[in-house]
Design a protein around this ligand. Structure first.
Ligand code: HAM
Length: 414
């Protein structure tokens, strides 16, 4: 048998998924974000130029293909660069452009709990706004979605500030000096990253490196006075908005376009892949992908699969929509099927959820089938009923049964 591709999932019950997505749409719309959609296929260059050639995503996780005409395309690994591309391509002149989108992303990572090769993100971006207050508002909006709308409890918000490009260069030098002095104790990956993408050493999961980096210089201690003031302002605003956060000087994020604010929402309930939402500010992405001017921006993406794992823990607290009562029509033989379809047509026309058992053998097995489907009402049509213009109505919850005129059926069901 052909099985599903490694790292992908089949979703056979979308009740919780649809509920969470609907809540998200309502929540972000109420903050004046509108929904957009961009293609799954993009030019590979879009990500090579924006995410950074040395990032894991670009260097080893992209699903790429070359078309017959020689175009280098890929399945998008994330949605920020595509959103910025769409903004530039449509020449949107109203900023901030506040948008969200939902859809599948693709990364060729090693699958494990909470990590798939195809996964969906709710992606939220405010493009063309340099105000640090927008960072606070975006983070507060997300925190309120998780904490109030979805009532998640066991999560933390990690916050860090990467400063401007100049701040980063200064910091990189300080970090490089620190690493040089301990280079004989570093793992192989860190030795490579020290020279190619130095900030990412702070993301290392090797125990020895983690211990060593406890004494590493902090990026927030190496900020210009302007950045320092913005960093302080962000923390103050979040405190005023009652958003709890922990400072994480090692939070650098895995994509290269970030500057200033970076953050992640994480939960211990998720195990090793604990971040269910991550984001930050990206002030130079527009020019990195070819725009003439910069559009400072801030955004974030929620990993839907991980968020659903968290929601499963508290699904009894959520107001999940109840399934509408199912009306199952059971024609006892083929002769009653036309009437069954007509009756179904009428009930459906009145907005009632209706189905017809068309293959089932004996009446007993058809009733069993209706019961398994969770029918609230079963409407049996036999030879007698066909002749009399009646239908046998059974309430599957109370077990009550009565024979009523077909023309009166709706009255009895209400
Ligand atoms: P990211 O941190 O790469 O950021 O991904 C955001 C979230 O997507 C993660 O926190 C995680 O929940 C989920 N995620 C990532 N990879 C996987 C995977 N392989 N399997 C399951 N879930 C995964 C971005 O993608 C940025 N574009 C976010 C952003 C938007 N920054 C600014 N605007």
């Amino acid at each position: 048998m052909i099985t599903r591709v490694r790292g992908t999932e089949d979703f056979l019950d979308l009740t919780l998924h649809n509920f969470v997505l609907e809540q998200a749409k309502k929540h972000f719309a109420s903050y004046n974000f509108s929904q957009i959609e961009t293609p799954i296929l993009e030019h590979t260059a879009l990500f090579k130029r924006s995410l950074g050639a040395t990032t894991d995503v670009v260097s080893k996780e992209m699903y790429t293909l070359t078309t017959e005409s020689g175009d280098e395309l890929c399945l998008r690994p994330e949605a920020t660069a595509p959103t910025m591309r769409a903004f530039l391509e449509a020449k949107i002149d109203q900023t901030p452009w506040k948008v969200f989108s939902y859809g599948p992303m693709f990364r060729h990572e090693r699958p494990q709990k909470g990590r798939w090769r195809q996964f969906s993100q709710i992606n939220i971006e405010a493009i063309g706004t340099a105000a640090i207050s927008q960072d606070a508002q975006t983070i507060a909006m997300l925190d309120r979605f998780f904490g109030e709308t979805l009532q998640l409890e066991d999560y933390i918000l990690k916050l860090n500030f990467l400063g401007t490009r100049d701040d980063r260069e200064n910091y990189n030098k300080a970090l490089h000096t620190f690493l040089e002095n301990i280079s004989d104790q570093l793992c192989k990956t860190c030795l490579v990253r020290k020279e190619s993408n130095i900030l990412r050493v702070l993301d290392c999961k090797n125990e020895t490196c983690i211990k060593l980096y406890q004494n590493a210089p902090k990026i927030t201690d190496n900020l210009s006075s302007e950045s320092q003031a913005q960093w302080a302002q962000l923390q103050e605003l979040l405190a005023q908005l009652s958003v709890s956060f922990v400072l994480d000087p090692k939070l650098v994020r895995g994509l290269d376009y970030y500057n200033k604010t970076v953050f992640e929402f994480a939960s211990p309930l998720l195990g090793a892949q604990d971040a269910f939402c991550g984001g930050g500010r990206y002030d130079t992405l527009a020019t990195e992908i070819g725009a003439k001017e910069d559009y400072p921006s801030i955004g974030s993406a929620i990993g839907m699969g991980r968020l659903l794992l968290l929601c499963e823990h508290i699904s009894d607290k959520l107001m999940l929509p109840e399934k509408p009562a199912l009306h199952m029509i059971v024609p006892m033989s083929e002769a009653q099927q036309p009437l069954a379809l007509l009756l179904a047509y009428e009930l459906l026309g009145k907005g009632l959820c209706t189905d017809v058992v068309l293959e089932g053998g004996s009446i007993k097995s058809m009733m069993r089938r209706a019961n398994k489907q969770g029918a609230k009402w079963v409407l049996v049509l036999g030879e007698q009923e066909l002749q009399d213009g009646t239908v046998a109505l059974k309430n599957m919850v109370t077990g009550e049964q009565e024979v009523v005129k077909q023309t009166d059926v709706l009255k009895h069901l209400r």
